[in-house]
Design a protein around this ligand. Structure first.
Ligand code: SF4
Length: 89
């Protein structure tokens, strides 16, 4: 990254940009568990091929993203990881 690039410039290289973007967040209507799991599985497959996966997950953990798949993890998985890395004292 050059000195002129924004710290969030990695987002421009995300594999989720474009028509796949809706897979990464819950729809505005009720979503059954089986539908959520299928949607997230598709999103995570895209994350698995993404060149900025590490930056994305690092960002989501740093800002505490409350929703969606970021860096190949949904919000529950990120919360579990955060609790594992930073156990309550
Ligand atoms: S890791 Fe996933 S959510 Fe993050 S930028 Fe890449 S494709 Fe998008």
């Amino acid at each position: 990254m050059s000195a002129r690039q924004s710290p969030d410039a990695w987002q421009d290289a995300g594999a989720c940009r474009g028509p796949h973007a809706t897979l990464f967040f819950p729809p505005p209507h009720f979503e059954r568990k089986v539908e959520r799991l299928a949607r997230e599985r598709q999103a995570k497959r895209i994350c698995g091929e993404c060149l900025v996966k590490d930056e994305c997950l690092e960002y989501a953990l740093a800002v505490g993203e409350p929703h969606g798949v970021w860096g190949g993890m949904n919000e529950n998985e990120r919360r579990d990881l955060t609790e594992f890395l930073l156990p309550a004292s």
